[in-house]
Design a protein around this ligand. Structure first.
Ligand code: FAD
Length: 386
């Protein structure tokens, strides 16, 4: 590792309760000779694995709170919920990490959703998100405070960030976990996710590197209750980066202007699978969705057959959803589909095979022909809705 990589100069507030910012005076820009832009960026990333010093063991569960222009990604609060359970089992604090600019108004939310401590950096270079600046900030905080576990939402931003941070810290990362638990005896994070093409659910351990890092997709875990009066310790830090030495710049942002909404935010989903039989029959799924104000979902074969667009695929290689009502019609219940919808509040399965695995996760099961049952439901429920 080149000597000129500054890994220790980052400082944070010595008084975690007063919320005041400290200044960093001892961190100058990296002193490497001028080289390519990418090399320049890497000079600013302090690469060092966290091997917890004996007198300062890795401690605490951390959640990266993803925000954009003051809007927090809901998955961050969902992770706070599961993070709280892990922290309680490990008898350690739960902390949030909030990075951005003008983020003060969001700090209270972190405590209300369960954080004991919030590590925050407010800097114009952190808004909007760039991999470079957020990676550096998160790596610096990890190196300063040695978290034991770091959870990040498997959003576009989270996927981008988590790989860089894990690489910089020389630690492991388990992506798209569907369950998280801890072994309290050895304090290992039990990271469960589909593996080997989704044929098994594997529980993965990161045995001797810290932090133990996992990403989790939105809607895998429920959002915890907000506790309006809850408070915690706020630790402000400085980024300490020289803007002239960064290589990433956001030139433009083009918003996805879809009007139909996002599948993983839907309260009602009517999903069709291969058992629907044809594109023609798939209209029964669409008509029921329209009648009761839901969105359509689809299994992978239904998408591959061109009956529904990929943006409606549910499962391991599609969306993870958690609606109040999920109606699965002509879907067998393969594990790759189940991991995307099994946490829905109420699951209604329609299948002509009474032994179909989908019935094992269903709240209500209807054995029969989807092409008959769906139109009947549309008629009955549609009339009640209007
Ligand atoms: P099938 O398994 O063929 O089931 C059709 C069902 O319809 C059967 O249970 C049948 O009894 C029933 N049926 C037939 N006719 C009728 C009728 N008239 N009325 C009522 N019921 C009827 N799949 C996904 O869905 N999402 C994913 O993200 C995904 N990712 C994958 C990733 C990998 C790496 C792999 C290997 C596979 C993935 N799959 C995914 C595919 C998955 O393994 C299954 O093949 C798929 O989920 C099956 O889809 P299906 O239930 O629609 O079809």
């Amino acid at each position: 590792m080149p000597d000129n990589r500054s890994t220790k100069a980052f400082k944070d507030s010595s008084n975690p309760t007063d919320g005041s910012k400290n200044s960093v005076s001892d961190r100058g820009p990296a002193t490497a000779p001028e080289s390519s832009p990418i090399a320049k960026a890497h000079e600013q990333i302090p690469i060092e694995s966290i091997e917890a010093p004996k007198n300062l063991p890795a401690h605490g569960v951390w959640v990266y709170i993803e925000q954009l222009q003051g809007e927090v990604a809901p998955v961050s609060w969902e992770l706070m919920g599961v993070g709280r359970q892990l922290a309680d089992k490990l008898n350690c604090p739960l902390s949030g990490v909030l990075l951005g600019h003008d983020i003060q108004p969001l700090t209270e939310l972190a405590f209300q959703y369960g954080a004991d401590t919030l590590y925050a950096i407010d800097d114009p270079m952190l808004e909007p998100y760039t991999n470079e600046c957020h990676s550096i900030a998160l790596v610096q905080l990890c190196q300063a405070h040695h978290p034991e576990i770091l959870l990040i939402g498997a959003t576009t931003t989270g996927r981008d960030l988590s790989g860089s941070v894990a690489t910089a810290l020389r630690t492991g990362l388990t992506a798209d976990c569907t369950q998280l638990d801890v072994d309290v005896d050895n304090r290992k994070l039990l990271q469960t996710r589909p593996a080997f093409g989704g044929n098994i659910l594997a529980t993965i351990l990161c045995r001797d590197r810290w932090p133990q890092m996992a990403t989790v997709r939105p809607r895998v875990f429920p959002e915890p209750e907000k506790q309006p009066h809850r408070r915690g310790a706020l630790v402000w830090s400085d980024l300490g980066l020289d803007p002239s030495r960064t290589v990433m710049e956001v030139v433009d942002r083009i918003l996805d202007e879809r009007t139909e909404g996002y599948l993983d935010e839907a309260d009602i989903i009517i999903a069709g699978g291969r058992g629907i039989g044809s594109k023609e029959n798939f209209r029964y799924v669409e008509e029921l969705a329209q009648a009761i104000g839901g969105m359509i979902g689809a299994s992978r074969p239904a998408v591959e057959s061109g009956w529904a667009p990929y943006s409606h695929q549910v499962g391991q290689t599609g969306f993870t959803v958690r609606p109040k009502l999920y109606i699965a019609a002509g879907i067998s219940g393969a594990i790759q589909h189940l991991v995307g919808m099994q946490n829905s509040d109420v699951i209604v399965a329609i299948n002509k095979d009474p032994d179909a695995p989908i019935f094992r996760v269903a709240t209500y099961g209807i054995v029969g022909d989807a092409a008959t049952i769906l139109p009947a439901l549309t008629l009955e429920l549609g009339a009640r809705m209007h």
